[in-house]
Design a protein around this ligand. Structure first.
Ligand code: G16
Length: 545
């Protein structure tokens, strides 16, 4: 064991989901080590007896630097005295699979190496996230302490020891620690077998149901090959881009209409399969498509909540409640109301759902950023959403588009879009938010897009389970007709700033309106309120999802 002297980096403050930076930032000498030691120092404060009886889970999405960082963490975990470290074979674990392993193996927590949907490679992005005992991302109270530790770190401990061979399963013993290489598929698959009716899903594929799953050259490839093709009998070739690559083959592994063009083209072709789906770099996001039909994340969440009890054995007892992040469409709220269960509105970031789930208040939750999940783990779960949709297909025998239209007929439709303005100077983006914030009181009496503003505020969240308050979580402008404009800065970027503008208009029109036309007045009003043209010299976004 060796103790290495180091000096702090000033930029190790975790964002929406862990520490995310350019890969070369993480490649600086001591950068990964400082952050990991800051995590261990933080966690040890709450654990006077030390780590000897504790298990740590380590794995990542296979992107560039994943393997190097994993070896660093294994050496440091052993040197810091962890009794056991479980690491995915070849350093691999999808984010939801890491959560499943932490929960099933009673681990203290885990380090997940990923920058999620951000591109991978030496000139792209990397990240490290610490997950706590419940399997979910560390709450802000912990990430703040990690940051504070990172600012005063003077040394870290590691082993003077060559790389572990992580290609096959097995156990290494180093003094009082053991490093156990686990099958990254096993715990995750077991969770799914408990939740879903694999027989009925097998029967669905046996009846000739066809799907295409795009793993975007990222971590879900092996999981999807195993679960969809091997266990459920989907035709060979169902999974495309199914081998994880360090740079995702140059793809931007963000499952949306803009970044999954191959899948979208396939689903819009005359011989399109029944269901199309994609997951992101680390397997927690999902995109769901029908034939020539896009299911928005907000609708997907609402539909899964609506059908879970009747279509999925794991939810047969009903839902305790549902939750969505504040900017996410309110479609799920109406389902919750009809089901007479509570609906919680949290800030952006999966970490906020954990407490609600631990307290038994929420069963299913989701976010506009293509994330849906449930209390089976404490991360959003891309393949879980896919299996939910397969279960709905198996139970209803209806096409995706028909299932969604029936939902719109019953509940009305939230026409919804997110407009992203990427690559802004941080100062400019911050000024935009501050200017909007300072306008809030005057907005309260105004009318925009043909409706009066019912409320305009800066969203603040009080966690009902522990009373913690998270302020400044996005500006909301709520109109009397139920429409909403939300504006906030992304917390996951690695370069400059991204301004997100979310617009939602609710209509009980059977959902047949053309989304651009329905949203046009609101989009126009949003751009004016935020004063985009004056501040950015443009009002067209970089990307609309
Ligand atoms: C992360 C978080 C999500 C959040 C998303 C978007 O997703 O886990 O909870 O919704 O970022 O965050 P932002 O709008 O701040 O960029 P992921 O998939 O990147 O881990």
């Amino acid at each position: 064991m060796v103790t290495i002297q180091t000096t702090p980096f000033s930029d190790q403050k975790p964002g929406t989901s862990g520490l995310r930076k350019k890969t070369r930032v993480f490649m600086q000498p001591h950068y990964v080590e400082n952050f990991v030691q800051a995590v261990f120092n933080t966690v040890r404060e709450d654990l006077p007896e030390g780590f000897a009886d504790q298990t740590l889970v380590v794995g990542g999405d296979g992107r560039f630097h994943n393997r190097v960082a994993t070896q660093t963490i294994l050496r440091m975990a052993a040197a810091n005295g962890f009794g056991r470290v479980l690491v995915g074979r070849d350093c691999m674990l999808s984010t939801p699979a890491a959560s499943a392993v932490i929960r099933r193996r009673g681990a203290l927590g885990g380090l997940v190496l990923s920058a999620s949907h951000n591109p991978g490679g030496i000139d792209a992005d990397f990240g490290i996230k610490y997950n706590v005992r419940n399997g979910g991302p560390a709450p802000e109270s912990i990430t703040q302490r990690i940051y504070e530790h990172s600012l005063k770190i003077k040394e870290y401990v590691t082993l003077d020891q060559p790389d572990f061979d992580l290609k096959g399963e097995g156990t290494f013993r180093i003094d009082n620690s053991e490093v156990v290489i686990i099958d990254p598929l096993a715990d995750y698959t077991a969770v799914f077998e408990e939740l879903f009716d694999f027989e009925s899903l097998r029967a669905l594929f046996a009846r000739g149901f066809r799907m295409q799953f795009d793993a975007m050259n990222a971590i879900t490839g092996p999981y999807a090959h195993h679960i969809l093709e091997e266990l459920l009998g989907a035709a060979a070739g169902t999974v495309i881009n199914g081998t994880p690559l360090e740079d995702f083959g140059g793809l931007h592994p963000d499952p949306n209409l803009a970044h999954a063009p191959e899948l979208v083209a396939h689903m819009n072709a005359p011989d399109a399969p029944d269901l199309g789906a994609a997951c992101d770099g680390d397997g927690d996001r999902n995109l769901i498509l029908g034939r020539n039909f896009f299911v928005t994340p907000g609708d997907s969440l609402a539909l899964i909540a609506e059908h879970a009890q009747t279509c999925i054995p794991g939810y047969r007892a009903g839902l305790a409640g549902v939750a969505r992040s504040m900017p996410t469409s309110t479609a799920v709220d109406r389902v919750a109301q009809a089901m007479k269960v509570p609906c919680y509105e949290t800030p952006t970031g999966w970490k906020f759902f954990g407490n609600l789930m631990d307290a038994g208040l929420c069963t299913i939750c989701g976010e506009e950023s293509f994330g849906t999940g449930s209390n089976h783990v404490r991360e959003k779960d891309g393949l879980w959403a896919v299996l939910c949709w397969l279960s709905i297909m198996a139970a209803t025998s209806k096409p995706v588009s028909e299932v969604v239209r029936e939902h719109w007929q019953r509940f009305g439709r939230s026409y919804y879009q997110r407009h992203d303005y990427e690559g802004l100077e941080l100062a400019t983006a911050t000024e935009i938010i501050e200017a909007l914030r300072s306008k809030l009181t005057t907005l309260a009496d105004a009318s925009i897009a043909g409706s009066r503003i019912a409320r305009a505020d800066d969203f603040s969240y009080t966690d009902s389970t522990d009373g913690s308050v998270s302020a400044h979580q996005g500006i909301r402008i709520l109109l009397e007709d139920g429409s909403r404009i939300v504006c906030r800065l992304s917390g996951t970027g690695t370069e400059g700033a991204t301004l997100r503008l979310y617009v939602e208009r609710y209509l009980k029109d059977g959902g047949e309106g053309a989304i651009e036309a329905v949203l046009a007045p609101l989009v126009q009003a949003a751009r004016e309120v935020v004063d985009l043209r004056a501040r950015l010299g443009r009002d067209e976004p970089t990307i609309i999802t």
